[in-house]
Each structure stands twice: as structure tokens, then as C-alpha cells.
Design a protein around this ligand. Structure first.
Ligand SMILES: [Zn+2]
Length: 310
């Protein structure tokens, strides 16, 4: 059985070995551990970045603890697509995460991603927006393999429900009765990867599951600031995956010597928090909703985890 991300890892290996050797940024080395897009880990089972009682990872290569490895980044406005998989009817999560996806771009928080750039020193922009959503009524059942998740994404594009967009990130959001069989809740809470298709080009996509399945592994607190534990937990994972997908879409651009991508280096750390109206902790307001979102790694001034840049 070939899973989506193993295919992608093979594609990455091929691009590194067969195509021209990527230009290496100062301080990077080409034997850095390569990311697999699943570095977030869980609270109980730390990933490549950190987890649980996590501390920011540094140094990790490069002047700022993260290195450029020559691959593409996602420049300009990035388009976000949600695929609501399973049963989300009547769930307030839909409204909460829609607001989140429409409000992340332009925030002081997402501005951290502008400290990353491509081989021509062109930086990412602080522009990402949820432009369209789709639903999938259990087309692949309730236990999704990596390849089934890829099938969900490509089916939404093939049917014309979502456009084929090489500057898009497609996120499969699964309801609480659905799992991902390669390790949701045990090895990871979400992941991102890409697939190279002949019909649609290089499609970047991610999986984010509903952490009410496993609060101790994938939820920082219960309830969250919006009173919807699933959505409140997923917002932080979505932020993590889109930050990485934009700065390391093909798993060959920005990561450190341990294979940790930018958000991996700050996974499960939240910086300074305040108390939301319902008593839950929050650390930022987006679209007039409070959220508790993990920090991201600033690729400047030596590198550090933060909630905003500058
Ligand atoms: Zn990650």
C-alpha cells in the first residue's frame, strides 16, 4: 500500500537527487533530516519539533535555527480550501473555523511567515484567505488512509466543486467519528503534504482531524475560547499546517537540521495568554473571535517562537 505522503517523500527524494542540486542557504547542509509533513506530533507523543512540555527548538541550522533547502515556497496570496469530511451538520465548528480561515491573513501572527523567502529572496506575503469550501459525505469511510485523504482532495477538484489551484492549500477536516489510520491521535494531530498530478499540477493539501476524539493528545484545553472544543483545537492545528505548507509546500524548502519545519519548532507553545469570556485561555483575536493558537518560528534575529512579527 502506498500512502500519500510516502509518495510525496519519494518525489522529494527524486527532486533532490535527480534534478539540479538545490542551492543551499548559508549554514544549511544537505544532510539535514528531511521533513515528512507530520512533525507536529501530539501532546503525549512529541514530534520532530517538540510537544508536551515543549521548549522552542534552537539551534537547528542556519543563522536563525532554520535553513532554506532550495525548494519552492508559496508566494503571493495563498488560497485556502476546506473540505468538511463526515458529518458537520449543526456543528458550530463550521462557523468558527470559517471565521478563522477568513481572518488569519493580514494578522500580526501570520506576518511571521513573511520572514521566509524563496531562492531569489522574495518573501512570503501576509495574505491567506479561505476562498471556497466543499463537503464530503464519508466517500472513503470513517478510517482514512493517507491515500484516501489524497483521494478526497482530488475528487473535490475533479468534480469541479473546488478549483484546481497550485497556489491553494486544501485542508481535509474530519468530524469526530472519523480517524486517519496512519496515526491520528497517536503520532500526529494533523499533517501537510503535496502531490504532483498531470491534470491539476502540484496540489498542496493537509489533514486536520477533530481532536475531541483524543483531547489529551491533540487539545491544549477543554473547552476552548469559543466553547467548541473541536473547532478551538483544530484552529491551532490549521494554523500550524498552513504556515508549513506555505513555507515548505514540497518538504524541501524551510526546515531545520532535525527535519522540523517552522511551526514544528513551536508546536504546543502558546506564549502570553489572556482569559476569554468563557474562562478559557486565549492568545489572539481574529475576526472578533478569541483563539488559542500555537506560536510560530520567526526566521530573523537568531530565530524564536512568537505570536507576532515584528
Ligand atoms: Zn508540522
Amino acid at each position: 500500500m502506498t500512502s500519500g505522503w510516502r509518495l510525496s517523500a519519494a518525489a522529494v527524494a527524486a527532486s533532490l537527487c535527480v534534478l539540479t542540486l538545490p542551492m543551499l542557504a548559508p549554514g544549511s547542509s544537505d544532510d539535514d533530516t528531511k521533513p515528512n509533513g507530520k512533525g507536529i506530533g501530539t501532546l503525549l507523543n512529541p514530534g520532530k519539533g517538540n510537544g508536551g512540555e515543549a521548549k522552542p527548538v534552537r539551534p537547528g541550522g542556519g543563522a536563525n535555527g532554520i535553513s532554506y533547502h532550495g525548494g519552492p515556497v508559496m508566494l503571493g496570496p495563498v488560497n485556502l480550501y476546506y473540505i468538511w469530511y463526515g458529518n458537520w451538520s449543526g456543528n458550530a465548528a463550521v462557523g468558527i473555523l470559517t471565521t478563522f480561515g477568513q481572518s488569519l491573513g493580514g494578522s500580526p501572527y501570520y506576518n511571521i511567515n513573511t520572514t521566509y523567502y524563496n531562492g531569489s529572496s522574495t518573501p512570503l506575503t501576509n495574505a491567506i484567505n479561505l476562498v471556497k469550501t466543499a463537503t464530503d459525505n464519508y466517500s472513503q469511510g470513517t478510517s482514512l488512509s493517507d491515500s484516501a485523504i489524497q483521494t478526497v482532495v482530488l475528487a473535490a477538484i475533479s468534480s469541479g466543486t473546488l478549483p484546481a489551484d497550485t497556489n491553494g492549500i486544501y485542508i481535509v477536516l474530519t468530524s469526530a467519528d472519523v480517524t486517519a489510520s496512519s496515526g491520528f491521535c497517536s503520532k500526529y494531530c494533523g499533517w501537510h503534504t503535496y502531490t504532483s498530478t498531470s491534470s491539476f499540477g502540484r496540489i498542496k493539501y493537509a489533514f486536520v482531524g477533530d481532536p475531541t476524539r483524543c483531547p489529551s493528545a491533540c487539545q491544549a484545553q477543554t473547552p476552548g475560547p469559543n466553547g467548541n472544543s473541536g473547532a478551538d483545537g483544530m484552529a491551532s492545528i490549521i494554523a500550524h499546517e498552513v504556515e508549513e505548507a506555505a513555507s515548505d509546500p514540497e518538504l524541501n524548502a524551510w526546515y531545520d537540521s532535525r527535519g522540523a519545519e517552522n511551526a514544528d519548532k513551536c508546536a504546543w507553545t502558546f506564549g502570553t495568554t489572556y482569559t476569554a469570556k468563557n474562562g478559557a485561555k486565549a492568545n489572539m483575536s481574529l475576526g472578533s473571535l478569541d483563539f488559542l493558537i500555537q506560536q510560530n518560528w520567526v526566521n530573523a534575529t537568531g530565530g524564536y517562537c512568537a505570536l507576532q512579527y515584528p
